[in-house]
Design a protein around this ligand. Structure first.
Ligand code: SAM
Length: 230
């Protein structure tokens, strides 16, 4: 049996029973293998763009005896999904938010029959929330967790139109409503970093770009500071 990290277990917990999953960037295919072993999903595609991890995923799927249920494909992003796969759920985990947003944007034509996206950005989740709003997807759940000293967010998206303000785009509407200890720890650390950046810019030559950057940082520090004070 595959033993998943807490991070990937969090992703797995949002997959519906009977789903047909494409796991994009699936270097060991651990997530789809776990989902098959647990009887949660029917079948899956594991997509990998790099040959080494692709071979690793293929070997792992074979070793775990799930080759008949998991197809491993060498492909860039969502181009691993083919019409006949019947994929209804896509997972993308363990990458930066900007890369995940780029993968979603470049392959969005492949999402026609997909009704749930579960993404786990290592940082910059905002890029995914912005992509979602611009492309007819809305958040239905979010999770924040800490494992081995690192904080991760999991975003669950379904089709739908929605508006989020700047703060919600930055920190996540569900995470903001919940405001648990990990959320507070994450954003207190971010605020400290922004304050350091602001200090480091104090003696820099003031260009219009620099002034704008300082204003943006100050605004984020004040807005988020007020939220965390509550
Ligand atoms: N998803 C696994 C996890 O969360 O543990 C693996 C994460 S690993 C850090 C990221 C993987 O995504 C790498 O194997 C990388 O080759 C793959 N990757 C990066 N860009 C990709 C793309 N455009 N299409 C498919 N795979 C990609």
């Amino acid at each position: 049996m595959i033993k998943l990290s807490e991070r990937l277990l969090a992703v797995a917990s949002h997959i519906r029973k009977g789903a047909v999953v494409a796991d994009i960037g699936s270097d060991h295919a651990y997530l789809p293998t776990y989902l098959i072993q647990k009887g949660i999903i029917q079948k899956a595609v594991a997509g990998e763009v790099v040959i080494g991890p692709y071979e690793t995923a293929k070997k792992s799927v074979y070793r775990h005896g799930v080759s008949d249920r998991i197809t491993v494909r060498l492909a860039d992003g969502l181009f691993a999904i083919e019409d006949h796969d019947g994929i209804d759920t896509v997972t993308i985990a363990g990458m930066g938010g900007s890369l995940i947003a780029k993968i979603l944007e470049q392959g969005k034509d492949r999402l026609q029959h997909v009704n749930r996206l579960i993404v786990q950005p290592n940082l910059h989740a905002k890029a995914i929330r912005e992509w979602a709003v611009a492309n007819g997807w809305k958040l239905v759940d979010e999770q924040i967790l800490k494992e081995d000293g690192k904080i991760y967010e999991v975003l669950v998206l379904e089709k739908g139109l929605v508006f989020y303000d700047d703060l919600e785009l930055l920190v996540g509407p569900f995470l903001l409503a919940e405001m648990n200890n990990i959320f507070i720890e994450k954003w207190e650390a971010e605020i400290s970093q922004w304050i350091q950046v602001l200090r480091s810019l104090e003696n820099a030559v003031e260009t219009p770009e620099l002034i704008k950057k300082k204003e943006q940082l100050s605004h984020k520090i004040t807005t988020l500071g007020k939220v965390l004070e509550k």
